[in-house]
Design a protein around this ligand. Sequence first.
Ligand SMILES: Nc1ncnc2c1ncn2[C@@H]1O[C@H](COP(=O)(O)OP(=O)(O)OP(=O)(O)O)[C@@H](O)[C@H]1O
Length: 601
Amino acid sequence: MAIISRRIDQPNPISDTTSPFPARPSQPHAPRTVIRWDRSRVGAQARVTVRVASAPVMGTGRLASVAWRWVRADDYAGATDFKWLESIRKRRRRTAGVMAGAYALATTYGASMIGGPGALAVAVSTVLGVGTAVEVRKRIKDRPAPMVGDTGRRAAPREQMVVQAAVAAKLGKEEGMRLAKPIVKDGLGWSTVLQLPPGDKARKCLGMEGNFASALGVGETQVVFDLVDGHAGQLVIFVAESDPFLQLYPSPLTRQRAPLDFWQGVPAGINGRGNEERLRLVEASLLVAGEPRAGKSAAVNGIIGAAALAVTPKIHLFDGKGAGDHRPWRKIAHTAVKRNAPALLAHLQEMQAQMERVFDLLDEHGGGTKLTPELCRRFGVDVELTVVDETRYYVTSPQGDEIVDAMVDIASRGPAAGILLVLASQRMTTDAIPGPLKGVCSLRWAMRCPDTTASNAVLGQGAAGAGYNASEIPRTHRGVGILDADGDDPVKLRSYFLDDPDLVAVAEVAYELRRAAGTLPVHGDAAEITDDLASVILAAIGERDRIHTEDLIASLGAGWDAARIATALRPYGVTPGPLKIGGINRQGYRRDALEAALLAA
Ligand SMILES: Nc1ncnc2c1ncn2[C@@H]1O[C@H](COP(=O)(O)OP(=O)(O)OP(=O)(O)O)[C@@H](O)[C@H]1O
């Protein structure tokens, strides 16, 4: 069904060469007569003639029908006081009778003045003229052409067009399809609520935005469907003026000059309706997946930036790709390790130990089952954010099984203790993101995926069928993804973007804020960041062949204790042993043992 009728200057379908008449032999020097038999034009002319001829009759009929409904007092059809209703009808019948009498009198008078047939013709044509005007006005109103707003730009379409587009897009049956709310200007577009025919479900329409956009004649990504709370048969339709996902949204973090409240959520990006989406990381672990160059690092950088500006969260970065995507954050990160699976395992085990400590604190102090900002201050603990980029590198390493077990534990129980996990992956296969791990990440962010299977692997089985398919995101829409937070319907958004200079600037502001708050990590300076904790320990041992654990702790600085050193070195098979230094026998470490283990790793 045509929704927006457009004038198309079609070529004459039956040209000279295809004429059904045999071509005349051309006569030299005689002007050639071309016979055009334009069937479509004849049809169009016939249609126009019928439409013009029918206008007076249809308009007069319409007038008569309105008059008749008025006399019958149909506008008071719902009234229950029949006596009162009958009095209205009586009054109207009288008025109609007076008007008909006046009309007859005027015609009779006209006939006596200008002659019978002439007066009759004037009387009839007056009525038909009014009828024609009514009909023409209605046809202009109903014409299915895009409305043009005051500014000359295309404004909201008419109700009828929206309903017709909904029918053409097969959102439901024609009968009973209507708008439940008027079309209103809504931000950078318009919106309305569609009432589906009884029995048709609005949820079924999710994912059919493309069909509707095609029927309406707008871009696929301009249309957003939303469900209406409390009504399964109504659908919110939003249509943006232009493609909201082609715009670049600079991150609001670039304007942040004061510590940010991480507990209020991380600004993630802008959805199809132009509204901001936030990620509540303190409630769940996040999985970000998508094909190469889809925008995972950009999304993750926004999260790290927010945590950095929040001043207190401790940030631990594990880069399985090794491309240095996290380089700007190293100044403020408590851990920044590249391609080192044993180091990740050690860190995860440390996070598990921290998780148990927090749960014990919560239990002992009866402070509830979840960490809150207030409890953080009371217990002197901080949120710990671990970001693992290119997870596949780690889960397929020799430590893979242990890493997956630790990740599953942290992803499922950690958020309540402020131990947060963000995993990013280019691959969605089970070797990259094992099933149990996927199951416990209740925040899932699918950037463009290569196919529906991959998209479902991130968003869950059946997500594509329910209208959420990240493989349908155009390749040009980098940074656009579908965010599925348990408990809410998934939402499409474009992440905020921090270009390289912005990243450096935000990291600089975060560094200063952390310095003022006294929350910079012990190394505190980019130059001191090494690839993993074992290297940090080796650097702290320095030129000494052997060192007692307590001297090593003093050398490493704040944030270190015997347990942390032991956890960091365990994956390398390095354990403390009794060492006699300066005549004192205590537990300590040998430099050569650690060097050998690091070389072998
Ligand atoms: N939200 C965004 N807005 C605008 N452009 C973006 C956005 N996100 C990503 N891009 C563009 O896409 C490019 C690739 O993004 P990014 O490096 O984040 O992808 P990736 O998925 O991490 O890639 P890889 O898997 O190869 O590491 C960026 O350099 C940037 O130009």
